[in-house]
Design a protein around this ligand. Sequence first.
Ligand SMILES: [Fe+2]
Length: 204
Amino acid sequence: MKHTINALKKMCEWAAESNTDAAKGYATILERVDWSKRQLTEEPKTVPVVNKYLKQCVELAGDNPLGDLGRALLKDSESLHWFTMYQSYKDDKRTAVLHKNYAVLRLTGPKGSWFSDNLTTAISIQGPNTWYPPHAHRQREVYGVIGGASEWLRGSEPIVARKSGEVIYHPSGVRHATWTQEEPLMCFASWIDGTQTPSVFVWE
Ligand SMILES: [Fe+2]
């Protein structure tokens, strides 16, 4: 994962300098990750949505540091450990598509390949025609779009289309959601503080 960690650091440096409300979150990532050494190596593991869409997501990535992170992940793809989320909502029909079409890869965190205390960084792949329903969590969160077209909801703001190279900030407790249509979506995401508290769906 050498390519990935180098690209992650460069991307955070770029985003921390951006004139956006996410910049402070990216500066926090830079401060709180131990970039000096890898703390653990996980067994490679993949899931169907990754096999199907990883390459396409990278093809959709733009010429920007978030796109570079996607290209680094593709170079390291043989060593990545992907998993699925929200198993506790498996009985809810509204999350059935999400379970099949969403995967996450942990980069840094208390249990990540590189250590960061009470802060996690991750990559997600969301297949086409998939709704990541409105949810909320205590953690402040920054996102970055690596590749793929998508629509995003934040609090009471209008839904907006996002593209590769955009960074997004979700304040603590603010409900947010993401939709894909024809294209799959690959994102960078980070939870800042309160990482032991689970995320919950907030339907209305
Ligand atoms: Fe979130």
